[in-house]
Ligand binder design. Structure first.
Ligand SMILES: C[S@@+](CC[C@H](N)C(=O)[O-])C[C@H]1O[C@@H](n2cnc3c(N)ncnc32)[C@H](O)[C@@H]1O
Length: 287
């Protein structure tokens, strides 16, 4: 069957499965199956897939029909203009998380030698994008998941980012002041802490998109009300020396999260809205 007929059938199959991005997804899967780029697919509708390509395409299509995220099927996702390897062990980087990078760029100049800590690094998309921007910076990235840390390290390697250190830690349990003094000298001063922690309340799990069931549980859910991780992070960072902290938050979580950090003398200085007008990113300063 040729490209055009494959695309027509695939779009029908994916639309029937309730996938809103059926046309785009079908093209991405076809690119992967035949190892050609978008311009080839657009220009060569009459190209006949050989038997092997056809089997591969139908296999990829079936995975997507079962609502596996496209990023996991093709094994990568673009974030901040960089390609990140993605597997079932890490959250797929989301466009709204790019606001953390924008916020950091509003606080520091690109050539500053800042020290950055990323809590819950997952694929490493946040810390590695920051280190890509702040070439003189030093990054520390922690996660509770060993498999996520392995992916983050691979992403650092393929992006040729060498100034990142990866640490296995349950939030700040292995990251106290003595750790940073041993790494950075002086008072162990950090300039910036960033985190996109899990923030979905457990009771909301039933109403979520089917794709989320393929992502790691501990990257998504945070107790009954979604605030457990912020509470733990607030306790963990309150005794660290740092200037600013930037967090991604869930819908309508701003007031409660502001209160959680205010209680430990970390003050909200700015809230950023995403393109849909939802407050997604909070910038805090340590008092
Ligand atoms: C929402 S994901 C964010 C991943 C990545 N930073 C991003 O923005 O795409 C949250 C991450 O926090 C990690 N995590 C969950 N609980 C943790 C804990 N107690 N300590 C450290 N990391 C944790 C998860 O493994 C996951 O990688």
């Amino acid at each position: 069957m040729d490209i055009q007929d494959n695309l027509t059938q695939a779009i029908r199959t994916l639309t029937h499965a309730g996938i809103k991005t059926a046309s785009l997804d079908a093209k991405i899967l076809l690119e992967k199956a035949i190892g050609k780029d978008r311009s080839f697919i657009t220009a060569h509708g009459e190209y006949d897939l050989d038997a092997k390509e056809q089997v591969v395409f139908l296999d990829l299509l079936e995975k997507r029909r079962q609502r596996q995220p496209i990023s996991q099927i093709i094994g990568k996702k673009e974030f901040w203009g960089l390609d990140f390897e993605v597997t079932k062990d890490v959250l797929t980087p989301r466009p709204e998380t790019e606001f953390i990078i924008e916020a950091a760029l509003s606080l520091f100049k690109r050539d500053e030698a800042i020290n950055i800590l990323d809590l819950g690094t997952g694929s490493g998309c946040v810390i590695l994008s920051l280190l890509h921007e702040f070439k003189q910076a030093k990054g520390f990235a922690c996660d509770i998941s060993h498999s996520a840390l392995a992916i983050a390290k691979r992403n650092a390697y393929s992006l040729d980012i060498q100034n990142a250190e990866f640490i296995h830690s349950d939030w700040c349990k292995n990251l106290d002041n003595n750790f940073f003094i041993s790494k950075l000298g002086n008072r162990g001063n950090l300039d910036l802490i960033v985190s996109n922690p899990p923030y979905i309340p457990q009771p909301e799990r039933l109403g979520l998109d089917a794709e989320l069931s393929y992502e790691p549980e501990n990257a998504l859910f945070a107790g009954e009300n979604g605030f457990d991780c912020y509470e733990n992070i607030a306790i963990g960072i309150k005794d660290l020396n740092f200037k600013y902290a930037i967090f991604e938050i869930g819908i309508n979580q701003e007031n409660k999260i502001e209160e959680i950090f205010r209680k430990v003398n970390i003050r909200l200085i700015e809230s950023l809205k995403d393109l849909a007008g939802i407050t997604r990113t909070l910038i805090f300063q340590k008092l």
